[in-house]
Design a protein around this ligand. Structure first.
Ligand code: B12
Ligand code: SF4
Length: 467
């Protein structure tokens, strides 16, 4: 067999695999003249060993991570470089963090950052045997040290590429929807992919399910920003499309197979929870739990975050879900920008009320995530009194989550944002006190455009994080 012209080494971590599997799915179906090999580095040492064993062959080391892990992975990158390096080796980081913060990514030591969707970028790099010239969706430093960005990565229909990597036996939850019409200020999804939904067709989903069944896989799960938005282009669910999808998956996976919808790794927006939607899930799916995104017990905070729903919808969703026999897990974020003590009390009241109903709270500390409108917000913190109440709920088994670890992540992300200011954009979007602004009952200001009863976030058109 001919020697490879290009080696792709994936720094492969179990925590974040879906993005890599989508990339490999695209590559596996792509016909190229380049002779390449793919190797998985499950640790620093294994990654370095693959690089060493590549000898002088052109080697692209691929990294994929979310922002809270960026600092730790920059340390890993240093270790890998100490163990194995050479002029033939290029370290390329992609995914949500590299997209939002390409300059930080380059400064942290990566040779190139991939911005946006990676399928077309990666197959073009493989066709070009690793040479980035003329390939869109990349950022790197030129010979003078200036950052060069090569334009927007191609966004193609989801049906154009498989959702996972059959060729390498890497199968996971299937991405059925990319992008999001909502514009929640703590979330990167609409800014990363676009403020509209792109759905995988039912026929294409069914092809994946058939492939899974043929290989002995029995559980079908979905990646989607909002499960009941499948097939819709607006905020209204398209239940006919959801039913067609679920019926086809149910049939495809066959007896003994299981379909999960509205549970890990996706969730349902509270206002989409109705008896009709719950019964649809019950009819075709196997999940006994549903994840509902609530985020706060304060309407003021929900409006500032542009969630597009209120607290009442959350309570209704939990009640209906429990009445219909589901275990309800409710996501809540503490420490969002502008949150005052009364808002925290409202959130704790909601948490207690939901816990009494039988729901479980998945608690998070607000993190100012790169690529979101609240990237420059202060880190979320939780007062000691709140911590003891949250602890009490968790001892009852009514609350869980990594909210303590997220406080550390939040502080680190805020420091990184300070170190990389975005002139003219930074704090204008936060609930600071402009003159003449409405002042809420807790005395803090309501940001312009985020009035108490407004639903200004609904269907908003977010700007790209780098624009
Ligand atoms: C599924 C998911 C998870 C899963 C991941 C499971 C797994 N094994 O992969 C789990 C539950 C573990 C998870 C955890 C967390 N998550 Co999460 N998660 C998601 C979710 C819902 C989908 C991500 C996904 O897989 N999409 C499908 C794939 C195909 O897309 P992708 O990963 O973006 O990859 C594409 C591109 O980014 C690019 N790409 C990716 N990597 C690379 C690498 C190279 C070399 C190239 C060229 C391109 C490239 O190409 C891919 C194909 O186009 C998103 C929200 C969303 N709807 O997108 C949040 C999201 C990614 N998560 C987020 C966060 C913050 C977290 C947590 C930190 C939260 C927490 N609870 O503490 C944790 C920590 C995880 C960790 N250790 O790093 C944020 C990340 C924002 C940021 N800037 O960091 C997101 C965007 C949600 C949000 N709030 O905005 N998450
Ligand atoms: S509904 Fe909000 S939180 Fe969920 S993916 Fe869309 S923008 Fe993000």
């Amino acid at each position: 067999m001919n020697a490879p012209e290009l080696i792709l080494v994936l720094r492969y971590r179990k925590a974040v695999t879906y993005g890599f599997h989508a990339l490999l799915g695209a590559l596996g179906e792509h016909e190229t003249a380049t002779r390449y090999e793919v190797r998985f580095g499950e640790s620093v040492e294994e990654t370095a060993r693959h690089i060493r064993e590549a000898g002088n062959v052109r080697t692209l080391v691929l990294w994929s991570f979310y922002s809270p892990d960026a600092a730790a992975l920059a340390e890993e990158l240093k270790q890998v470089r100490q163990l194995a390096d050479g002029p033939n080796v290029t370290h390329l980081a992609g995914g949500v963090h590299a997209t939002a913060e390409p300059v930080q990514t380059l400064d942290a030591g990566w040779d190139m950052a991939a911005i946006g969707e990676g399928e077309s970028t990666l197959i073009s790099l493989v066709d070009a045997k690793g040479d980035p010239s003329g390939i869109t969706g990349l950022a790197y430093r030129d010979a003078s040290g200036a950052v060069k960005k090569t334009g927007k990565a191609k966004q193609r229909p989801l049906d154009d590429f498989p959702g996972f990597a059959l060729k390498w036996g890497k199968i996971n939850a299937l991405e059925i929807t990319r992008g999001c019409v909502y514009a929640c200020r703590f979330c990167q999804t609409p800014f990363m992919f676009s403020a509209r939904f792109r759905h995988r067709s039912v026929g294409n989903v069914r092809w994946h399910v058939d492939q899974m069944r043929a290989r002995g896989f029995r559980d079908v799960r979905f990646i989607t920003p909002t499960a009941l938005s499948y097939g819709s282009q607006t905020e209204e669910p398209n239940l006919a499309a959801v039913e067609e999808l679920l019926a086809s998956c149910r049939e495809g996976i066959g007896p003994g197979g299981r379909v999960y919808f509205g549970s890990f790794p996706s969730e349902i927006r509270p206002e989409h929870v109705t008896r009709e939607t719950l019964r649809l899930v019950k009819k075709y799916c196997d999940n006994t739990n549903i994840i509902v995104g609530a985020q706060s017990g304060s309407d003021r905070v929900l409006d500032a975050a542009k969630r597009g729903h209120g607290v009442e919808e959350v309570k209704r969703a939990a009640r209906l879900g429990i009445e219909e026999g589901f275990r309800i897990n409710v996501d809540m974020i503490f420490g969002m920008p502008g949150e005052g003590q009364e808002d925290v009390d409202d959130s704790l009241d909601l948490a207690r009320e939901l816990a009494d109903l039988g729901a479980r709270i998945h608690a998070h500390t607000f993190m100012p995530l790169p690529g979101t409108p609240w990237r420059d917000a202060p880190p979320g913190d939780v007062a000691p009194a709140t911590i003891s109440e949250v602890d009490r709920l968790s001892r009852r088994g009514a609350l869980y989550g990594h909210w303590q670890k997220q406080r550390d992540h939040a502080a680190r992300l805020a420091a990184a944002a300070e170190a990389y200011p975005r002139p003219g954009r930074s704090r204008t979007i936060l609930p600071t006190i402009p003159s003449g602004a409405d002042v809420d009952r807790a005395g803090s200001a309501i940001p312009p455009g985020a009035g108490v009863s407004s639903r200004s976030g609904r269907g908003g058109q977010p700007r790209s994080p780098e624009s």
